[in-house]
Design a protein around this ligand. Structure first.
Ligand SMILES: [Zn+2]
Length: 292
């Protein structure tokens, strides 16, 4: 690198969609990922990850998937029974939300997956109302025809995957601009997945153009995802965002500087990938120097 290239500083990477129960989470210790959001597991296990996280990583967790009896992901080989809570009524919704709040969960995870039993609208709306009354956002896995629209119109706060099973009409996108959508583009990037990927990128572009907030998330643990920065995910986000808005989507808020690299500040996705490869952690401000 040229003589005199100044070092620059940035916040760490925040992965808004992970499943720590499915990866070797200690691989995150000291990496450029400084915060992860676990979106579905046995809450009694998740609380122990947050209490004793990989070094230098903040772990937040949602707790269980809330779904219809028999609904997704009931019975999936990767999903322990305690990671799935069946909600059969509005009253059950209230009890479930109270349990997440009492257990330290940061959000209510809801699954709407067509082709399997689905939460009816009254139960879905009860989950949203109870969550909001408890100060918790509702984060929805929406898959299949009409399910993203149901989440949007029920008042959900986040879609945990940019919709990929259908192209959303402009009128539906226009009702979603208060939301955050989590990218997870790279999970559609395998063999046979390209239609889903192109649809997701199209939906994301329309959503961002309409004023919605798109953030980085990988679904780490779903398939052979890297445990750390997912460079393919950043590369695909770069097909939607660049400059400041790309950095905002991938990194913690600017006040939380955590990394330094001997490179200029990145402007594009390839720049950001290169910057993160070269980055090291800043000394932890909470550590005391030896002898003091
Ligand atoms: Zn997931």
């Amino acid at each position: 690198m040229p003589e005199g290239t100044p070092s620059t500083m940035l916040p760490g990477v925040v992965d808004h969609h992970v499943h720590l129960g499915l990866v070797d989470r200690e691989l995150l210790a000291g990496s450029t990922v400084t915060e992860v959001h676990d979106l579905g597991w046995d809450p009694r296990e998740a609380v122990t990850w947050a209490a004793a996280p990989p070094s230098g990583v903040r772990v937040r967790y949602a707790g269980p998937f809330h779904t219809a009896p028999g609904g997704y992901p009931t019975g999936r080989s990767w999903a322990p029974a305690a990671a799935v809570r069946h909600i059969a009524s509005p009253r059950a919704a209230a009890e479930a939300v109270a349990d997440v709040a009492a257990g330290g969960g940061f959000a209510i995870k809801v699954a709407l997956h067509s082709g399997l039993p689905l939460l009816p609208d009254d139960v879905l709306r009860a989950l949203v109302a109870e969550a909001h009354a408890a100060g918790l956002p509702v984060v929805v896995h929406a898959e299949g025809a009409g399910q993203a629209e149901r989440a949007i119109d029920a008042g959900a706060d986040t879609l945990v995957h940019v919709p990929w099973t259908e192209t959303l009409p402009d009128a539906v996108i226009a009702r979603a601009t208060h939301m955050t959508w989590i990218s997870t583009f790279a999970i559609h990037d395998g063999p046979g997945g390209s239609f889903g990927l192109e649809r997701a990128l199209d939906n994301a572009r329309m959503f961002v153009a309409a004023g919605g907030t798109l953030v980085y998330g990988t679904d780490m643990g779903n398939g052979p995802t890297p445990v750390g920065v997912n460079e393919r995910e950043i590369g695909l986000l770069g097909r939607v965002l660049e400059g400041e808005s790309l950095l905002r989507a991938v990194l913690a808020p600017p006040s939380a500087l955590a990394l330094t690299a001997p490179l200029p500040l990145p402007e594009t996705a390839p720049d950001l990938i290169t910057w993160l490869r070269a980055a090291t952690r800043l000394p932890d401000a909470t550590e005391t120097e030896p002898g003091h």
